[in-house]
Design a protein around this ligand. Structure first.
Ligand code: SF4
Length: 374
């Protein structure tokens, strides 16, 4: 079974209005204290042999914006992970980056240190749409960051896009897709905007400062992306993810294929040995725990075999190829049979031989299908 490590870097330069991730606005002293605490956490897990000597196949620096840290700090963390746990020879090592927070020299250093996949948040090619949600990325800096990443030897490059933004039209989304394709990425993540609780976006919508999201238009945008990216040679392998052949994100696949992962940093989630656990969602509390020589774990749940099978089904359904029902225990299969048959009658899933997958309609209601099956 594949094994990964996720590192949550909880800093950004500004907060996008739709973002619900745990993070703080970057401050140099907080970042230094965070790196020190993360170092302690890695050593604690290594001392406890949390990975039981298994080599991780993927390492993913996410957040937040990992490149708010200095390049030297990122390289130091990667070296410590390698020394503490090892990494498989062909491990995928991803860093999420903001185009404004990377330099040519810095990208060369990251590539030289072993980072081999980079993910830039483009979101939209329309600067006004970005301003509406509190982002200030200029197109020129995206072009430059990508050119520098390619020159540094990043042959595996992702762009994140978002659709359903306030004021976004089908025409402007089409233009964003065209401009993203012109940047020749190897992978594209196209996320539907969701209005999360307690975000600035939610407040603005409640106040009536922004138009309510239009679900039909968002559905049309999803269809447009699927069509346009298929024409451009991208495989849609997950509801929101498209890749050129051979460039599916191995780290994210691990989540959907029931792989195991260790999450490090405040708010990071883990799944190891049938147990889900998560770190405290507060940088100060996280630092205090690891400084005292304790892991900052706050929620732990040991999954029963039936829960594991249900989760494998629900996560696997996000994949376009669906998920095999082979290996499902008789008890679980009996329990699901009626639900699966009903979802099939409603046109939300397809059952073929031993596999189950979402239909195009089912992908629109993936969360509701998941709730039905969990
Ligand atoms: S850059 Fe990403 S992580 Fe940071 S606030 Fe925006 S959406 Fe959230």
């Amino acid at each position: 079974m594949a094994l990964g490590i996720y590192i949550h870097v909880p800093f950004c330069r500004t907060r996008c209005s739709f973002c619900a991730f745990y993070l703080r606005i970057h401050r140099e002293d907080w970042a230094e204290a965070y790196v020190e605490a993360l170092t302690r956490e890695i050593r604690l897990h290594a001392a406890q042999s949390s990975l039981r000597g298994r080599l991780p196949d993927t390492l993913y620096f996410g957040g937040g914006t990992p490149t708010t840290l200095h390049v030297g700090q990122l390289v130091e963390i990667l070296a410590l992970v390698r020394d503490s746990f090892g990494l498989a020879r062909q491990a995928e090592v991803t860093v999420e980056a903001h185009p404004d927070s990377v330099t040519e020299e810095g990208l060369q250093t990251l590539r030289g240190a072993g980072f081999n996949r980079i993910s830039f948040g483009l979101q939209s090619a329309d600067e006004n749409e970005l301003l509406q949600v509190g982002r200030k990325t200029e197109r020129a800096s995206v072009d430059l960051a990508i050119a520098h990443a390619r020159a540094a030897g990043f042959t595996n490059l992702n762009l994140d896009l978002i659709y359903g933004l306030p004021g976004q039209t089908l025409a402007s989304w089409h233009e964003t897709l065209a401009q993203a394709l012109a940047l020749a990425p190897d992978h594209l993540s196209c996320y539907a905007l969701t209005v999360e609780e307690k975000t600035h976006l939610q407040v603005s919508l409640h106040r009536g400062d922004l138009p309510e999201p239009d679900q039909d238009r968002q559905n049309d945008m999803e269809d447009q992306a699927a069509l346009r990216l298929a024409e451009a040679g991208f495989d849609r392998y997950e509801i929101s993810n498209y890749s050129r052949p051979g460039f599916a994100c191995r780290h994210n696949l691990l989540y959907w294929q029931g792989g195991e992962y260790l999450g490090l940093g405040p708010s990071a989630q883990s799944y190891l040995n049938g147990c889900r656990f998560g770190n405290v969602e507060d940088l100060t509390a996280y630092q205090a725990e690891v400084s005292a020589g304790r892991l900052a774990t706050v929620q732990t749940e040991q999954l029963s075999p039936a829960q594991r099978q249900r989760e494998a089904l629900v996560f696997g359904l996000r994949l376009i190829e669906g998920v095999s029902l082979n290996g499902t225990s008789e008890g679980a299969a009996d329990q699901w049979e009626q639900k699966l048959q009903r979802l099939e009658r409603e046109g939300l899933i397809e059952l073929k031989a031993d596999r189950v997958r979402l239909t195009a309609l089912g992908r629109r209601f993936a969360d509701q299908v998941a709730v039905e099956l969990l």
